[in-house]
Design a protein around this ligand. Structure first.
Ligand code: CMC
Length: 382
């Protein structure tokens, strides 16, 4: 009899690709893009430079970076029919759904001959990275009855997003903090949305369908949606004294409810991105004043370390990102779309890698149902 392979829920620990994009050592809290430590990239680079590194596999020269930036700037605008499409969507809907719809529609406006065409691939990469921020900000304004703000030709990727939200050029500190947040979310190996992108890409469909499917996967509360849920969770904690925070956490853990922003399939220590984001948060608060949610988050982190640190449950990237975005004046339901406008670079890097020596994904299954059942005509069924 053939041996039944073991079923591993969530495919935990099963390699799905050979890759040179993102290296993680979860027990040492190490994260590297293309071999460069995240601490160095977040200190020295802009999002555009990191996106180039991820997609093309090497750091750009000054002229390559300038050309890449110019290409992104020239592709920031949206076709008026995509804006019209956004206008037809219900304003009560989640921005992630609006983003999925608009990105899927892009595939109809920017049809290429075949994914094997390098020029189609190059243009799709530029368009997707360039246009996602414009879609998110346009829809945010449309849903509240305002006209979208046209993208700036002068501002960098991070500053332009903040500018398109409210029409104000951000301060240097706000721009830098947001730029670093984008860098930190740009790639993270074989998570659910990246796996989705690789599976969709393996069918040789177009890159817009690949990114639309990845956005749908990112939207879930166990993945990108967690950053929004962290703030909702913190806001529901009324008594913020250390004693009350501890019993709140104990209760939640006893009920087996997840504490949002904690835990990670890969990290068994504090996520290095959470440490960097916390540093950014403290810089912001020094300049613009702290928030009660931040003080509560620090208290909760301490109590959780005491309660479940021995199980390797520590803050992940989402624990502090929402607090930072809130301080930048970004509405809560845009937190996950921001994750998408950053992660698109990682998804595209994985798509391109998948297409080298592609084989369509087709895992097996373990049958647990009945077989060869007798069919009962409908009039004879109980
Ligand atoms: N709060 C309380 N307990 C937790 C948590 C948490 N946040 N995360 C894991 N655990 C416990 C879990 O109850 C289980 O305990 P036991 O063995 O006693 O049953 C054990 O740790 C293993 O948990 P799991 O859910 O099987 O672990 P996983 O690797 O399947 O899930 C995770 C990883 C990120 C989905 C999970 O930690 C979680 O749901 N966290 C909260 C949501 C969150 O913050 N998500 C953002 C992830 S990071 C950004 C991203 O990749 O999108």
């Amino acid at each position: 009899m053939a041996q039944v392979p073991e079923y591993i829920p969530g495919l935990a620990g099963i390699p799905a690709a050979r890759t040179s994009i993102c290296y993680i050592d979860g027990s040492a809290g190490k994260l590297q893009y293309r071999g460069f430590p995240i601490e160095v990239l977040s200190e020295r680079c802009s999002y555009e430079e990191v996106a180039y590194l991820l997609v093309f596999g090497h750091l750009p020269s000054a002229s390559q970076l300038e050309e890449f930036r110019n290409q992104l700037v020239s592709e920031r605008g949206l076709k008026f029919r995509i804006i019209d499409l956004l206008k037809t969507l219900p304003e009560s809907g989640h921005p992630m759904d609006a983003l999925t719809a608009a990105v899927a529609a892009m595939g109809m406006f920017y049809k290429g001959d075949h994914i094997a065409d390098p020029e189609f691939r190059r243009l799709s990469v530029i368009r997707l990275i360039a246009k996602l921020p414009t879609i998110v900000t346009a829809w945010h304004r449309i849903r509240r009855g305002d006209d979208p703000i046209k993208p700036s030709h002068e501002l960098g990727h991070a500053a332009n997003f903040l500018y398109m939200l409210e029409g104000e050029v951000p301060t240097r500190l706000a721009e830098r903090v947001f730029d670093v947040a984008l860098i930190l979310h740009a790639e993270h190996s074989m998570n659910a949305s990246t796996f989705t992108a690789r599976v969709t890409g393996s069918t040789l469909t177009d890159p817009y369908a690949v990114v639309a499917s990845a956005i749908g996967s990112l939207a879930g509360p166990l993945h990108g949606g967690a950053n929004e849920q962290v703030l909702t969770m913190l806001e529901r904690i009324d008594d913020r004294s250390p004693h009350a925070v501890r019993s709140w956490a104990e209760d939640r853990l006893a009920r087996k409810d997840k504490v949002m922003g904690f835990g990670h399939r890969v990290y068994k220590v504090k996520d290095p991105r959470a440490t960097i984001l916390q540093g950014l948060a403290t810089k912001l608060f020094k300049k613009f004043g702290s928030t009660p949610d931040y003080d509560l988050a620090v208290e909760l982190e301490g109590q959780m370390a005491d309660l479940v640190g021995n199980k390797g449950i520590y803050p992940n990237v989402d624990f502090y990102s929402g607090i930072v975005y809130q301080k930048l004046g970004i509405p809560m339901d845009l937190f996950t779309p921001i994750f998408a406008i950053s992660r698109v670079a990682g998804w595209l890097a994985h798509l391109l890698e998948q297409l080298e020596g592609n084989r369509i994904f087709r895992p097996s299954q373990i049958w647990v149902g009945e077989t060869d059942r007798a069919f009962v005509p409908i009039e004879e069924r109980a």
